[in-house]
Design a protein around this ligand. Structure first.
Ligand code: PMP
Length: 491
């Protein structure tokens, strides 16, 4: 931190005026040993520069939205144009229709949408709508999945078998926490047990269809199908929180992602599990699952220096839909400006005011600046080959990090899904929150700081993903891998 005196000084000043010096707790360095976070001054493409003039390769991507890199010319132009026309009217605009059409075209489960200002608002409202539609109060969520900071979903504790929720925050009444049942991700048994026990009280099952909040974690083959089937048997709605996942892996959402569909058919292409270190594992193992139903190549992979990879299950008889009833969106769809959206089946969405009895409103909702940035962002994301490029760059990064870790005897499990990956310091696979918790936070903290001091910016938490952007280059990946080699050597 000797190279960041201005960040140090600004942090001391910020502490006097802004609670904790930050406007979102995840920005503090509390989870990586404390001290001043880096105060950034400017972002351009894959880089940003701090107040001391240091440059960083950015894998934080603002926790996900900045998939085109910073200050993408197309998005910037759209924002400038919107600003010149006035940023807020409090009336409907044609832009909102255009954007709703674009999102519906990419995510067909959305008959109707509503724009809001954040992912938190979007999720919060899907729960209200589900309760209004079903006349039930409780929801089931999965341990470690983050759905924003509204009361009901800020209840994630309990990674054991299904537990009644314990709030993760002061200020949440137990009476509210009691409306949430938390079960382990990827456990159909725990979900079914919870539905068995609280069945006719469950309004909805809420899930990140692909998890982005305790690393990047794929649903096990058949998990989402079983989830949807069990919820529907029970008369509960299925809500997908796609705030992180929508437009992340392809032009669409997780619910329309071929990799997921192929996987739920028992085919995820090639899974490479390298396990030289753990007892009972001899050398390198490469497991190939059948490539019959549309090979998804290497876009989903798990490189682990641990043991016990799980083989894809047999394709289930008859592919059941994994489409949700309601979906929450945010992050990427705002092109870097504040946004959220929710949508779903027509008859459910028609519960919302002014058509129905479920109230939701917003002074800033659908503002022309956010909508314009969102349209420009989605247009830019339609560039042919863009997502394949992210996939290729991230595959190179994954391979480089895995080789470097192996060389230095560091146990590292990398979960990669297309252009996103997570690095867990452990020797076991990470498929649920418990496994993500059981990783070496101190080692991550060291790695994080060693990378930061070499100009590579990651999120300051062992649970967060690395996000590639369309602005990253092969040179950035090489520089990052070299930095990681030096970091691992120092560790
Ligand atoms: N859902 C998920 C899956 C998220 O990752 C987040 C934010 N990280 C949210 C909801 C909340 O979104 P916001 O921060 O825009 O309120």
């Amino acid at each position: 931190t000797t190279g960041r005196p201005r960040s140090e000084a600004l942090y001391q000043e910020a502490l006097k005026h802004i609670v904790g010096g930050v406007n979102s707790p995840s920005r503090s360095f509390k989870a990586v040993g404390g001290g001043a976070p880096v105060f950034m001054k400017r972002g351009q493409g894959a880089y940003f520069w701090d107040e001391d003039g240091n440059r960083y390769i950015d894998y934080l991507a603002a926790y996900g939205p900045i998939i085109l890199g910073h200050a993408h010319p197309r998005v910037t132009a759209a924002i400038c144009r919107a600003a010149e026309n006035g940023t807020l009217y409090g009336t409907p605009t044609e832009l909102e229709i255009e954007f709703a059409r674009m999102i519906k075209a990419a995510i067909p489960s959305l008959d109707k949408v509503r724009f809001v200002n954040s992912g938190t608002e979007a999720v919060m409202t899907t729960i209200r709508v589900a309760r209004a539609y079903t006349g039930r109060n409780k929801i089931i969520k999965f341990a470690g999945c983050y759905h924003g900071h509204s009361d009901l979903v800020l209840v994630a504790a309990g990674s054991g078998p299904s537990t009644l929720g314990i709030p993760d925050s002061a200020g949440i009444p137990i009476s509210i926490a009691n409306e949430v049942i938390t079960v382990p991700y990827n456990s159909v048994e725990a979900l079914e047990a919870a539905l068995e026990r609280w069945g006719d009280e469950i309004a909805a099952v809420m899930v990140e269809p692909i998890v982005g909040n305790f690393g990047m974690v794929m649903p096990k083959p058949g998990f989402l199908e079983a989830l949807c089937a069990a919820a529907r048997r029970n008369g509960s709605l299925v809500i997908y929180d796609e705030v992180i996942t929508a437009f992340r892996f392809h032009y669409g959402a997780a619910q329309t992602f071929d990799g997921l569909e192929a996987q739920s058919l028992g085919c995820i292409g090639e899974q490479v599990i390298k396990s030289p270190t753990s007892p009972g594992c001899m050398g390198e193992q490469v497991m190939k699952s059948p490539a019959s139903l549309g090979d998804t190549g290497e876009q989903v992979s798990s490189t682990s220096l641990g043991c016990t990879g799980e083989q894809a299950t047999k394709p289930p008889a008859g592919f059941a839909a994994i489409e949700p009833d309601l979906t929450a969106l945010g992050k990427i769809i705002g092109g870097g400006l504040p946004i959220g959206a929710y949508g779903g089946r027509k008859e459910i969405m028609e519960q919302v005011a002014p058509l129905g009895p479920a109230y939701q409103a917003g002074t800033m909702a659908g503002n022309p600046a956010s909508i314009s940035a969102g349209i420009a962002c989605l247009q830019a994301l339609q560039e042919p080959g863009l997502y394949d490029r992210l996939d290729r760059l991230a595959a190179g990064l994954e391979a480089g990090l895995a080789d470097a870790a192996r060389e230095h005897g560091i146990a590292l499990t990398i979960n990669r899904i297309r252009g996103s990956l997570s690095t867990h310091f452990c020797a076991h696979p990470v498929s649920n929150y418990e496994e993500a918790q059981d990783t070496d936070g101190e080692q991550f903290a060291r790695f994080f700081r060693l990378m930061l001091d070499q100009g590579v910016c990651l999120a300051p938490s062992k649970y967060e993903a690395w996000f590639l952007t369309s602005a990253h280059t092969d040179e950035d990946i090489s520089a990052t891998v070299e930095a990681a080699e030096r970091a691992f050597a120092a560790m």
